[in-house]
Design a protein around this ligand. Structure first.
Ligand code: GTP
Ligand code: MG
Length: 348
């Protein structure tokens, strides 16, 4: 799973990237950014994993992972004639976008978060619209020549065009968002999006509110501050946070939001060797979930022994949960729930 960090030049993309990932990528002084993307993997914070780890005391505890990509200033390279291709190439593999919006003063320039958000959002829409337009023209020509093409795709593209033309993102329309016929286009405005309101240290969290399109959520982060904290040891950072009355890192909220934005949930496997969080899409059935661990377990799937995280913790131990009748046997079509602790029975 990969999340692209995007936004206007100097919005604080690299700062947020560093804060999220604990990296030390070069932060530019409003220069339009460097070209190479920064990439890092992040552990998804999960208190449930901590509790399970206390219960089992395993040799290893493995959290879920997501990857963040800081796309640098490439998106601002409007003058470059190949800028659109560059944008697409970099954003194409991303499953979702984190859109950083500047809320702090820089070099005496006061911020315009609403305007900045809309500017960048418009760039996404125009990029998509151009692709749709080109494709529709081509399909129409072929239609005239008597080639039928894919009528469903044609109809969906027309719908997409109308939506974009009215200034709305493709992510707003469920049918378009999920249509297999449109998957190959990797439309930018169809990707789920979180807005990061990048605040200065002295701005109250919640002091900036934007009027956002349907389905776009905002998270406030004091980017520069969180970046500094992310580069301290955990103990030091904790002390600082206590001093400042911050309960937990704002970055944790963002990481969790991005996880759920992608429609992802975690199930757990437990044991003395390892306690591990596994990432699946919401709605995944047990046999498929088993395949995340190993294809053999999917193929030889017999049953899943399932206990909900809360039930396991309430019972105090696996045995106690079993005695209390909280451990269920589920078949291959059982839809795995967030927080399920699963022991797969299989036969190879
Ligand atoms: N006061 C304040 N300054 C910040 C904050 N975040 C970033 N800056 C400053 O803004 C400038 C740009 O930050 P970057 O993180 O490099 O922004 P960017 O979006 O990656 O910029 P480009 O890659 O050039 O597009 C730097 O001088 C940062 O120190 C913040 O939360 N508060
Ligand atoms: Mg940058």
């Amino acid at each position: 799973m990969e999340i692209g960090i995007v936004g206007l030049p100097g919005a604080g993309k690299t700062t947020i990237f560093n804060a999220l990932t604990g990296s030390e990528a070069e932060v530019s002084a409003y220069s339009g950014g460097k070209k190479d993307p920064n990439i890092a993997q992040v552990k998804v914070p999960d208190e449930r994993l901590v509790k399970l780890s206390k219960m089992y005391n395993p040799k290893k505890t493995s959290p879920a992972i997501i990857q963040y990509v800081d796309l640098g200033g490439s998106l601002s390279a409007k003058d470059e004639k190949d800028s659109m291709d560059a944008i697409l190439r970099l954003l194409r593999p991303c499953d979702a976008l984190v859109h950083v919006v500047r809320c702090f003063d820089i070099a005496g320039q006061s911020p315009d978060p609403q305007g900045d958000f809309e500017n960048f959002e418009t760039e996404l829409l125009l990029t998509d619209q151009m692709i749709v337009e080109r494709r529709l023209e081509k399909m129409e020509k072929e239609l005239k020549k008597g080639k039928k093409g894919n009528p469903k795709e044609f109809e969906l593209l027309k719908k997409a065009y109308q939506l974009l033309d009215s200034g709305r993102a493709l992510r707003e329309n469920e049918e378009i968002r999920n249509a297999p016929e449109l998957k190959g286009y990797t439309f930018l405005s169809a990707k789920p999006c979180i807005v990061v309101l990048n605040l200065a240290e002295d701005q109250e969290s919640g002091s900036v509110e934007l009027d956002l399109p349907l389905g776009v959520v905002a998270v406030s982060i004091k980017g520069a501050l969180e970046m500094e904290l992310s580069q301290l040891s955990e103990d030091e950072a904790e002390l600082f946070r206590k001093d400042m009355g911050i309960e937990k890192p704002a970055t944790h909220v963002l990481i969790k939001e991005s996880y759920s934005l992608l429609g992802l949930i975690s199930f757990f496997t437990v044991g003395e060797d390892e306690v591990k969080a596994w990432t699946i899409k919401r709605g995944t059935v047990a046999q498929k979930a088993a395949g995340r661990i190993h294809s053999d377990i999917e193929r030889g799937f017999i049953r899943a022994e399932v206990v909900a995280f809360e039930d396991l913790i309430a019972a105090g131990s696996y045995q106690a949960a079993q005695k209390a009748g909280k451990v269920r046997l589920e078949g291959k079509d059982y839809i795995v729930q967030d927080g399920d602790v699963i022991n797969f029975r299989f036969n190879v």
